[in-house]
Design a protein around this ligand. Structure first.
Ligand code: ZN
Length: 183
C-alpha cells in the first residue's frame, strides 16, 4: 500500500518508481476521488502521449475506449472506461491547446457565451468569412467540442445516477428505522 498526495506530491515519486518500464498499472475507483489528479501528477508534463486502446477498433476519443498513458521513465497506466473525467480532462486540455487560433477569435466575440452559430458580433464567423480562419479548422474545433459535450453529459448522467442511488439507500434505511420503532 502506498499513500499519495497530489498536493504535497508525497508518494508520487515512489509510485512512479513502481511503474517500471514494462509494467502496466490500472487506475480503478469512483469518479471524483482524484485519479486524474494523480495521473496528472505522475505525468508531470501534460503534453505526454496518450493513446487509445480500442477493443472495437473504432475512432479515437470515444468514451468506451480505455486509455493507455505512458508515464515518463517507464510504466504504463490504463485508464478504465469508468474514469471518464480523465478523458474529459485530456479533451478539454486538447481543445484549449490545439485550437488557440479559434480561441483567440472567440475572445473577440460580442457575447461571452457565443456559440459562433450566427449570433451578432461573432468574431469567429467574421474570421471565417474574411478568410482569416479556415472553415475546416472551425469544423474540427466543433467536432472536438461535441465530443467533450458528449463525455461531459455521460459523466453528469453517471453522477446523477449515483446520487439517486445514494438517496434511495437513505430513504430505505429511514423506512427500516421507522418500522423498527413502530414495533
Ligand atoms: Zn462567436
Amino acid at each position: 500500500m502506498l499513500a499519495t498526495s497530489t498536493l504535497s506530491r508525497e508518494g508520487v515519486d515512489q509510485m512512479r518508481t513502481q511503474l517500471k518500464p514494462g509494467e502496466t498499472a490500472v487506475f480503478v475507483g469512483s469518479s471524483g476521488v482524484g485519479k486524474s489528479s494523480l495521473l496528472n501528477c505522475l505525468l508531470g508534463d501534460p503534453t505526454q502521449v496518450v493513446r487509445d486502446i480500442r477493443a472495437d477498433g473504432k475512432g479515437r476519443h470515444t468514451t468506451t475506449s480505455r486509455q493507455l498513458v505512458l508515464i515518463p521513465g517507464g510504466g504504463v497506466v490504463i485508464d478504465t472506461p469508468g474514469l471518464r473525467e480523465l478523458t474529459l480532462w485530456h479533451a478539454e486540455d486538447g481543445l484549449d491547446r490545439s485550437f488557440a487560433d479559434v480561441d483567440a477569435f472567440a475572445w473577440e466575440c460580442a457575447f461571452r457565451d457565443c456559440h459562433h452559430a450566427g449570433e451578432p458580433g461573432c468574431a469567429v464567423r467574421d474570421a471565417i468569412e474574411g478568410g482569416d480562419l479556415p472553415e475546416e479548422r472551425f469544423a474540427s474545433y466543433r467536432k472536438l467540442e461535441r465530443e467533450i459535450d458528449f463525455v461531459a453529459r455521460r459523466r453528469d448522467k453517471a453522477l446523477e445516477l449515483a446520487e439517486r442511488k445514494r438517496w434511495k439507500q437513505i430513504h430505505k434505511q429511514n423506512r427500516e428505522r421507522m418500522r423498527f420503532r413502530g414495533r
